[in-house]
Design a protein around this ligand. Structure first.
Ligand code: DGL
Length: 262
């Protein structure tokens, strides 16, 4: 039993989609969430800078005594998780585009992956993709500009719709029947995506798989909390706390949002 908190970080508010899955599956755990919005987007930065930012976030969470760290960002996972695992003692859970289930289930043999430049150009993404997609066409689409718009907090704007559509349409025209969301900000686009995707196209994101993996690693390492009280969560942002608070506002659990210039 271990009552310390789970640490979670992302380049901004996107990883709250992962936090939501974790707190649903593990309601008695408590989390500290870091939204490094000041440095978003990570996806356009060089790999060395993504690594430095991931180290900074990790050390912030470890200084707050976290027992496990969830890298709730595909870009940080694909560019930094090997280093983090090799250099820190706590377990790390990462997130990568869920290509495997899409490749197994596609009928058209054409799948789309919408992700950041940083994720799509990483070697970890390429080796995972290669391992699971024999005989499958993988349409890799960079979501340039989407993270910035989501970070602004207006998830219903026409500009956002138009930009998203400009990425989705060409993949539809090529026959994609699975769309893999390879960025933790993108689940917030699902209501918009549902308006532009025909019914035969399935959207896949990795949030629930990350939550299950978090539970499994906590269990096998004896790190689950002994508490039977619902967890209270802390959110730190170095960006706009109102945007973070608004994205959390539908949540029923107890949480606090703080501005901190980390
Ligand atoms: N949520 C991050 C990811 O999953 C966003 C990347 C970014 O900041 O560009 O990749």
């Amino acid at each position: 039993m271990d009552d310390r908190r789970i640490g979670i970080f992302d380049s901004g508010i996107g990883g709250t989609s992962i936090w939501g899955e974790i707190q649903e599956l593990l309601p008695f755990e408590q989390c500290i969430y870091l939204a490094d919005s000041k440095n978003a987007p990570y996806g356009d930065k060089p790999p060395e800078q993504i690594l430095d930012l991931s180290i900074k976030n990790t050390e912030y969470l470890l200084a707050r005594n976290c027992k496990l760290i969830v890298v709730a960002c595909n870009t940080a996972t694909t560019n930094a998780i090997e280093y983090l695992r090799a250099n820190y003692e706590v377990p790390f859970i990462g997130i990568e585009p869920a290509i495997k289930p899409a490749a197994i289930n596609t009928k058209s043999k054409i799948i789309g992956v919408l992700a950041t430049k940083g994720t799509l150009s990483s070697s970890l993404f390429h080796s995972t993709s290669k391992n699971h997609t024999e005989g499958i066409t993988v349409l890799e689409q960079r979501g340039t500009g989407l993270v910035e718009m989501i970070e602004n907090g207006n998830l219903e704007s026409k500009d956002l719709y138009r930009l998203l559509e400009s990425y989705i349409k060409p993949m539809l025209e090529k026959g994609m029947d699975y769309l893999v969301l390879g960025c933790t900000h993108y689940p917030y686009l699902i209501p918009m995506l549902k308006k532009m995707l025909p019914e035969n196209v399935t959207i896949i994101d990795s949030g629930q798989a990350v939550a299950r993996q978090t539970k499994s690693v906590l269990t096998h390492n004896g790190l689950l909390t002994g508490s039977k009280l619902l967890g209270r969560h802390q959110f730190f942002t170095n960006g706009d706390e109102h945007v973070l608070a608004s994205i959390l506002s539908t949540s029923k659990v107890e949480y606090s949002v703080f501005f901190k210039d980390f």
